[in-house]
Design a protein around this ligand. Sequence first.
Ligand code: F6P
Length: 328
Amino acid sequence: MASSIKKIGVMTSGGDAPGMNAAIRSVVRTCAFHNIKCMGIYRGYQGLIEGDLEEMDARSVRNIINRGGTILKSARSQDFRTKEGRKKAHETLVANEVDALVVIGGDGSFTGGMVFNEEFGYPVIGIPGTIDNDIFGTKSTLGYDTALNTAVEAIDRIRDTASSHDRLFFIEVMGRDAGHIALNVGVGAGAEEILIPEEDMGLDRLLESLKTSRVSGKTSSIVVVAEGDKIGKNVFQLAEYVEENMPGYDIRVSVLGHMQRGGTPSCADRVLASRMGVKAVETLLEGKSNFMVGINNDELSLTPLDRAVKGKSEIDKELIRVSEIMSI
Ligand code: F6P
């Protein structure tokens, strides 16, 4: 593959996600395979501004495919939002003779990459890494599968104790403004109700549904609530509301929180990360840039970064219907 690109920088940016290390490994090894250099940039765009980077070779990424988090660390850089910050970042790249950038992160990180590309004509490729799965142009983001499994396992444990004590549990899961985690985890864990930002269920319907569950003979129930749910109450307020309006229920709340972001990546995330890393580097070597690598129908695809950022990742409506049937 003859290309003018001789050195590629790789960074992780935004909220970390399991599988990011596997993606770093893939980018570094694909560079080595094609005999080009690779620079690891620490703490995302902030590290780029501060010149915090070092060369990585194939051996420097050994024993990380199985590790959660990111060895390059991550950050949400405020400085990169300023023109001055981006100018410094560009200077770091020029000074270190880095010809192109692979950014592993979410939509905020891609917006940064896009603006950078517009301002300096600098080649950027994105790899979607976020547990939220809220990126247009890919069926799955890195870390999503692992986070689903982590959350389902946690809820299975809560189910044991909920059932022993005949309790109603409200369980909050992550996902920022998207309900992908809540919907899939809710179906996978057999929740009675799933509250997601994309569908405003309303408080009355929630009470109605819980009453129906009780009448149908259910002694314990699980309600999965997306952190971005728009019902107008947080998970604790929701629990209080139900307690006031449905006396007799013994209610508990559990917020799964950042445990969903950590842990060893699933096999699916490791394989996806390996495939996306190869595609990202080879796309740059083919002279293309300003795309995000995605996966659709098990095939890798390229989506222009602006579309990835502006597009909306739709919730699976059929899965909502499935969840309603399952919670009868
Ligand atoms: O985007 C990943 C995510 O974990 C979201 O699900 C959550 O809303 C947010 O990051 C939490 O961010 P922080 O780690 O900065 O609290």
